[in-house]
Write a protein that binds this ligand. Structure first.
Ligand SMILES: [Cu+2]
Length: 168
């Protein structure tokens, strides 16, 4: 069978690109531990007072591990740390190298949760608990933004995670 030279080169290029994409998928899953976030539990958004979401906050589990319980709602994240920035947005502080498991639900409509420079990007759906564990390896201030358009003050729906250096 005769295949034109240009056509053969084109086929080889396509195969190479597909190979690179597939290798990136495999490396992401096996080397970098990328997993699709899934709903890990279900809650009644009208009865959050009867669940762990009645008391949002950061709990120290020891050994550098933490659990953060957060409620998203129009238009703020209830983080439960009682510390606020000048603009009135919540602040969460964790030591460097801590491993934080976020448990988040929504009290009203669908919101988003994305931590700047970290492998955390979830959709927060009312009735579901979104869970993801994040390790904070570098000290700094990280912006956590709702990235699912949720109405008038959507752009203003954010908070800050401050990762503190142990030496400081
Ligand atoms: Cu939102």
């Amino acid at each position: 069978m005769h295949i034109d030279r240009l056509e053969r080169n084109y086929l080889i290029a396509v195969a190479l690109v597909l190979g690179v994409f597939f290798a990136a998928l495999i490396a992401g899953a096996l080397v970098f531990g990328v997993r699709l976030p899934t709903a890990t539990a279900f809650v009644n958004p009208l009865a959050l007072a009867d669940t762990q979401f009645a008391n949002p906050g950061l709990r120290d589990l020891g050994d550098g591990k933490y659990e953060a319980v957060i409620v998203a709602g129009m238009w703020r994240f209830q983080v439960g740390t009682n510390e606020f920035s000048e603009t009135g947005h919540e602040i969460m502080r964790v030591p460097v190298n801590s491993q934080v498991t976020f448990n988040i639900t929504s009290r009203d409509i669908t919101h988003g949760f994305m931590i700047e420079f970290h492998n955390a990007n979830m959709e927060i759906v009312p009735g579901q608990v979104a869970r993801q564990t994040v390790t904070f390896r570098r000290p700094g201030e990280y912006h956590v933004q709702c990235h699912e358009y949720c109405g008038r003050d959507h752009a203003n729906m954010f908070f800050t995670i401050i990762v503190e250096d142990a030496a400081a």
